[in-house]
Design a binder for this molecule. Structure first.
Ligand SMILES: [Zn+2]
Length: 242
């Protein structure tokens, strides 16, 4: 089976399109729909999956989970009406309210990384959680006597200054050697010799497969909820205006 064409990588704003059903597959007690191309974001990189619907000639499929397994996007959910046929053309609709919120929360995580660089704080980005119920970004490093209240205020001031100013977010494919020259943080798992998608927030860039805002002004105000150090990791909990 060919890998699913992941259209959300190219166009964050595409939330409605047509696709062809490749396979309808029972998996455990669930039904997985495989399409030739998808606009649905599968859960990964700390960002939750998209919800939405897939409409066929005779039926409607409500998407309740999306996963990417070995290059194949699996849309899990339930049918109303007869199941799709392989080869059928269907129309996909991503839940825009949920996606836009995740774009904003996820992009805010990148902007916090950028603010730390601006503040000359050399922490290495680690795990991130960009779910609506309490997003955070984690770093390897030490607070080393930094005043947490001042740091919270500094990050908020810098991020919200950029958000107010507005800055276009761009996506550029580059290989690891270019990436190492351009970006501050390059995770070790990035493969050599393969184009990698890099997201630019002005000069600051980061390899990333998530979905983002088109301009950082769309993030809205960022609040830093808490900065906590435990077991060699610093967790910066934040939120965006709701
Ligand atoms: Zn990203």
């Amino acid at each position: 089976m060919n890998p699913t064409a992941l259209l959300y990588l190219e166009d964050f704003k595409l939330l409605n399109n047509k696709a062809t059903v490749v396979e309808i597959r029972p998996e455990d007690s669930r039904t997985a729909i495989i399409l030739d191309q998808t606009i649905f974001y599968p859960q990964g990189g700390g960002q939750p999956f998209d919800l939405g619907t897939i409409k066929g000639a005779q039926s409607l499929f409500t998407v309740t989970d999306v996963r990417l397994v070995d290059g194949i996007a699996k849309h899990f959910g339930t049918f109303e009406g007869a199941p799709f046929q392989s080869g059928e053309t269907v129309e996909c609709f991503v839940d825009a309210v949920r996606r836009v919120l995740h774009n904003r929360i996820h992009s805010a995580g990148h902007i916090i990384d950028k603010a730390l660089v601006e503040l000359n704080i050399a922490w290495q980005p680690g795990k991130s959680y960009h779910f609506a119920n309490g997003p955070y970004v984690e770093y390897t490093g030490s607070l080393n006597g930094l005043d947490k209240d001042k740091l919270k205020a500094d990050i908020e001031r810098i991020c919200n200054g950029w958000i107010k100013q507005g800055l276009e977010v761009k996506s550029i494919a580059m290989d690891k050697s270019q990436l190492t020259r351009r970006c501050q943080f390059v995770p070790s798992y990035i493969p050599e010799g393969k184009p990698v998608r890099v997201i630019f927030f002005g000069e600051f860039c980061s390899p990333c497969g998530g979905t983002h805002v088109g301009n950082i002004s769309e993030i809205g105000a960022i609040t830093i909820r808490k900065i906590k150090e435990a077991d060699g990791a610093i967790r910066v909990s934040y939120d965006v205006a709701r």
